[in-house]
Design a protein around this ligand. Structure first.
Ligand code: SAH
Ligand code: MG
Length: 211
């Protein structure tokens, strides 16, 4: 387990170790609250995938990791979080899938971590299995964040966990949409906050009244 977390810290991405450990613990907890596989939206190079995948390995669950692997707006050339090493030289487009796959292979998590490569909303609209755990860390703009929230959270089972990353109350610290969906989840009355670590918020679904 220690080696696995060591690998996570060396993997490219946007998940501080303390928050990754909180994500891991929340996924373990989710498996005790209810049945069902886990989903992450926003895999990038597999950093957060390792933390949730490690929990799945431990509790015999499965993680479906959703990403089109073309990067978010801020990962594109000319933007703040662009990494030229993740551009496919043949096409000139971002492609994080080869790196993600190497990460999951090195982590020996291929038996319990499954990639779903495509648009989050398309996958969500064709999804029907209740989830024990949902992690939202895909596109952080207004449209993608609200789309992930609206289309994925109805799939969380009763007593299941909703984890949201990059929740910043103060817009000086980062974009607001993840914070707005977090606030909406609490206001809906369907979720109870169970923990916080950095910009990670862990909520538990206590009722099914979706708005
Ligand atoms: N969780 C990762 C970071 C994710 S970055 C870590 O721990 O490092 C956000 C990711 O969301 C990017 O890889 C991007 O390709 C993906 N993404 C953004 N919008 C998306 C969409 N509409 N559908 C699928 N994936 C999307
Ligand atoms: Mg993030």
């Amino acid at each position: 387990m220690k080696e696995l977390f060591e690998l996570a810290t060396q993997t490219k991405g946007f998940m501080p170790h303390e928050e990754g450990m909180a994500l891991y613990q929340a996924a373990i907890d989710a498996s005790n609250y209810c049945a069902g596989p886990m989903v992450e939206i926003g895999a990038y190079c597999g950093k957060s995938t390792i933390y949730i995948g490690a929990a799945c390995d431990q509790v015999n669950s499965v993680l479906f990791s959703v990403d089109h692997h073309r990067g978010s707006e801020e990962n594109q050339s000319g933007w703040e979080h662009h990494d030229p090493e993740l551009v496919n030289p043949l096409t000139g487009r971002m492609d994080t899938l080869p790196t993600w796959r190497e990460t999951i292979e090195s982590a020996k998590l291929e038996h319990c971590v499954i990639a779903i490569v495509g648009e989050s909303i398309t996958v969500a609209r064709n999804w029907s299995t209740p989830l024990s755990f949902l992690f939202i860390d895909g596109g952080h703009g207004e449209d993608p964040a609200w789309s992930d929230y609206r289309n994925w959270t109805p799939h969380i089972a009763l007593n299941g966990i909703l984890a949201i990353h990059d929740v910043f109350e103060n817009s000086k610290d980062g974009g607001r949409p993840p914070y707005e969906i977090y606030v909406d989840a609490l206001k809906s009355g369907s979720y109870q906050e169970i923990s916080t670590q950095g910009s990670l918020r862990i909520l538990k679904k206590t009722s099914h009244t979706e708005r």
